[in-house]
Each structure stands twice: as C-alpha cells, then as structure tokens.
Write a protein that binds this ligand. Structure first.
Ligand code: SF4
Ligand code: SF4
Length: 490
C-alpha cells in the first residue's frame, strides 16, 4: 500500500460524514534488497554501532582522572573526551559544536538532500536493525504479510513474541550503553545488576529502552514523517541543484507509460519503438521502501533518501539487460536536461561559514587556558576599619588547575600604593591536578595613601615550576569609605 493511496486525514465534506479525522498506521513490510547503497548503509550501521556500544569500554591513560576514554562526569562537572577535559565553564564549546552540526546539516542537505536521514540518523540505523530482526524471525516480506494476516496460533505467538523480545533486548542494551557513558563503565554495570547503581542510571536506561522500542519498533517511519522537525524544514534548503533520489520519468514512461514485459514489450528496442517506458512496473522499488512510498510519483517529503529503491531498480535493470539508473541520484535541473552543479554559490557559502566555525572552535580548544582564575570581592561588609586606622577589603580568589599535574602558583598584588595583602601564609600554593582551591585575601591600606575612593588594582597569579611561565592578571577594586578618604594617620 502506498502512502499516496491513503485517503486524506480530515474530510470537510458534509455529505461524507463517515470519514474520520484519524488514520491508523498502514503497516509496511520492507523487502530486502542487495546493492551498492545497501552495502554502504550496512557499513555505516556497523561503524555507528561499533562506536556507540564499545566506546564506554575503551580505556585511556591519563596522569590523573578516570581511565575511561569518553566519560561524562556530571558530579565532577567535567566531560572527558580522550585527552580533552571539558569543564562546566567551557560550555560555549558545546554551543560551537551545535552551530557546526547545524551548518553541516545545511551544507549536506543543500548538496545531497536528506542523506543524513537515509544513512546516519539514529532513527534510520535502529529501525534498520529492527527490520533485520523482524526478517530473521518472521521471514521475507511475503511471509511477514502472511503471518500478520493469519489468525493467532502458537506459531504466530512465538514469532511475534520472539520479535518483540529481541527488539526489547536491543532497546535495553542501547539504553544501558548510553548510561555507561555517565560513569565508570566496568564498575557501573556491576552495580547496575546488583541493584546498587544510582536511581538516575535505572531511570535513564528505562527511558531509553522504552523510547528505542517504541520509535524503532512501533512508530518507525512515522517518526520521520510526523515527528521529526528536520523532515518539515529541510525542503527550504533544497534547490534545483540538490542531489535527490529520483525516478527518470521521461525514460521510465516515454509516450505510452510503463508496461509489464510481455510479447512485443520484451527487449528495449521493442519498447522504445512502441514508445513504452523502461519501467516494467514490477513494484520492487516500492516494496523495499522503508517509508512505503512510490518514488515514481515524484519527490515526496516522506522520502529519507536511503537509496534502497535505486538498488532495487538497478537489480531489475541488470536482470532484464537495461541500463542502470532509471532511479538514481540526480537533481531537478539534471532531470530537465540542464547543467547542474550541487556546489553552487549558496552551498559554497555554507561550506565557508562551516570551515570558519570549525577553525574558530579548534583554535579556541588549542588555546584554552590551563588555569581558571576568579576573584570576587566580599560585599558583606564591603570594608572594615582595623584598630590601626587602616581600611580592609576582602576577596575570594579561586584557582582552578585544569592540567593533569599538580601546579604551584604565587599570588602577588599590583597597582595599590602602600597596601599590604594578607593571604594567611598562602602566597605560594600548590593545586592538585584538575582541582581547584579557594583563598581569602585581605588587603589593607591607610586612607591617607588612597588616591581615590574607588581604586582599581590587580591580583597577579604566577604559575611556578612550569616550562612556559604564566602570569594572569585579575582586575578588582579597593573601596575606601568616602567620609574617611584623605584622612591622615596621626
Ligand atoms: S523512495 Fe527510495 S530513497 Fe526514498 S525512502 Fe523510499 S526507498 Fe528510500
Ligand atoms: S523497480 Fe524499476 S522497473 Fe520496477 S517498478 Fe520500480 S522503477 Fe519500475
């Protein structure tokens, strides 16, 4: 059944009151197919599954910190990605990464249409595996249709039950693997099955198990057709140069339309002579389509550009000795016989902005500071007067050592005449790897030495025992109460 054959969801016709606003899902039983694009999809699937399921188990040597190569440590407020440690304050990198993904999507969609949907999207990858399981347990398309239409029996209960059991197992492993990214995987998995893992681990696994099962097993193409926002707006990124999966209507139909191979319409010369198209109306392209559409009806928003219909049609063309490419990757311009270039000005613009953004992010990461220093002045009270007449302001200095080794820092003060800083013996401090310390600095100055009521000055933090000497300045303010400004020490 083709989506195009489905009646409209809502009928405003007053005479046909039997029409309902609800259209239940028409089950799709995709047939298997072999070919170039199917092989590419299997390769992407194997790579994506390999990375997703194995990455939490990959160990990584660090001078300090966890041994897990990729770990999202929420409690420690840092993410470990191989040698890169991302702190909470580096969150703008995430914004950069999201912008890069968005630009990449614009560029790829402008050049090659919905290629992301067809090959890389989680929904497509997981649905592919669920269809494989379905086929493994229930058989090829015809066997599955037959099983669905037979009354319930022991055999049917077993096959349907086994399919759902395997689906739920894949969903559970998917959910659990995601959870393992957020803790030390070998320890967390043991605790998980001993019932000693944090509640969040069980909640996350349960949520992802349920969503994977529902999305890939039950909802399937409806996620792409009705739920995915990208499916709705990707059309605006298309132009007449964009590569799409399309049926060559001129060749497939000619003057007299498609025709099944029969006497007088067997070989290509006969068909061309009779003005009959190359499409033999076998329906294979429709049967393999995971979203259940007929590509011969033209470009449709449900199409995820998976190219399986190309493989199907190429198989048929090979079998009957016709040239391949009746369904192929092409563009609207190329179909109209015009010259087409997917790398047009718009897409080159996307590529340039993308490259600049990637360059900025890489530069930002490469030039990140190895130390994070914050100085905050105590406001309650803003100042106190000491018994010797001096005014005291207090500051909290926070030093965050982002390196993987312990570092010594010396703290000095600059720009405040005749003032003293009291660090309670902590002028030189050692900060452990990937740790931070907080110090209280008391700065004292007599009002007679003050140049203004509000004086700017700097805390200077020197990194010691480092091959690359580092000196960080943090500007702050020293306040003298107005009524005491300029008063003399007697
Ligand atoms: S029409 Fe072809 S490319 Fe589009 S979703 Fe169906 S099989 Fe994939
Ligand atoms: S697979 Fe090719 S020949 Fe068969 S119906 Fe589709 S377009 Fe026509």
């Amino acid at each position: 059944m083709r989506i195009a054959d489905v009646p409209p969801l809502v009928c405003f016709c007053e005479t046909e009151m039997t029409q309902t606003a609800y259209q239940s899902r028409i089950p799709i039983y995709p047939r298997s197919v072999k070919g170039r694009f199917r092989n590419i999809k299997y390769a992407v699937l194997a790579l994506a599954y390999g990375v997703y399921f194995l990455l939490p188990w990959l160990r990584w040597e660090r001078d300090s910190g966890p041994e897990q190569a990729v770990l999202f440590d929420l409690v420690g407020r840092r993410f470990y990605v191989f040698d890169l440690v991302v702190y909470a304050q580096d969150i703008f990198w995430l914004a950069g990464l999201l912008i890069i993904f968005a630009l990449l999507l614009f560029f790829v969609t402008g050049v090659a249409g919905r290629v992301f949907c067809g090959y890389f999207c989680f929904q497509t990858l997981w649905t592919d595996v669920y269809i494989l399981i379905e086929r493994l347990v229930q058989g090829e398309r015809n066997a599955r249709i037959k099983l669905a239409n037979t009354p319930w029996s022991g055999n049917k209960v077993f096959k349907i039950g086994m399919t759902h059991l395997l689906w739920i197992s894949v969903a559970f492993v998917t959910g659990l693997s995601f959870t393992l990214y957020w803790g030390n995987a070998p320890v967390l998995i043991v605790k998980f099955f001993q019932g000693e893992a944090p509640f969040a681990a069980y909640a996350t696994t349960l949520f992802l198990t349920a969503t994977t099962y529902v999305m890939a097993g039950l909802a399937r193409e409806q996620v792409c057709t009705y739920m995915c926002p990208y499916a709705r707006f990707q059309g605006v990124m298309f132009d007449k140069d964009t590569l799409i999966v399309a049926y060559d209507e001129k060749r497939g139909e000619r003057e007299q339309g498609r025709h099944k191979p029969s006497k007088g319409y067997m070989d290509r010369e006969e068909r061309i002579g009779a003005e009959v198209g190359d499409c033999i109306d076998c329906g294979y392209c429709v049967q393999v389509c995971p979203v259940g559409i007929d590509i011969r009806n033209g470009l449709q928003y449900q199409c995820i550009s998976c190219a399986l219909c190309i493989d199907a049609c190429d198989t048929i063309m090979d079998n009957i000795g016709f040239p391949r490419g009746l369904i192929r990757y092409t563009s609207e311009k190329a179909l109209e016989g015009q010259k087409s270039n997917p790398l047009n000005l718009k897409n080159i613009g996307y590529a340039l902005v993308l490259l600049v953004t990637i360059g900025l992010l890489v530069w930002g990461i490469a030039h990140r500071t190895q130390v994070e220093i914050n100085v905050a002045q105590f406001r309650q009270p803003l100042w106190v007067m000491l018994s010797d007449g001096r005014i005291q302001n207090r500051y909290e200095i926070k030093i965050n050592n982002k390196t993987s080794h312990a570092v010594k820092y010396r703290i000095d003060m600059q720009g405040l005449d005749d003032a003293e800083v009291d660090l309670a013996g902590n002028r030189i401090v050692e900060v452990n790897p990937e740790s931070s310390i907080k110090l209280v600095a008391k700065v004292n100055q007599h009002p007679s030495r003050a140049e203004r009521v509000r004086q700017d000055f700097y805390f200077v933090i020197h990194q010691l025992d480092s091959s690359e000497p580092l000196e960080e300045h943090r500007k702050t303010v020293f306040y003298i109460p107005e009524k005491l400004f300029g008063s003399h020490d007697d």
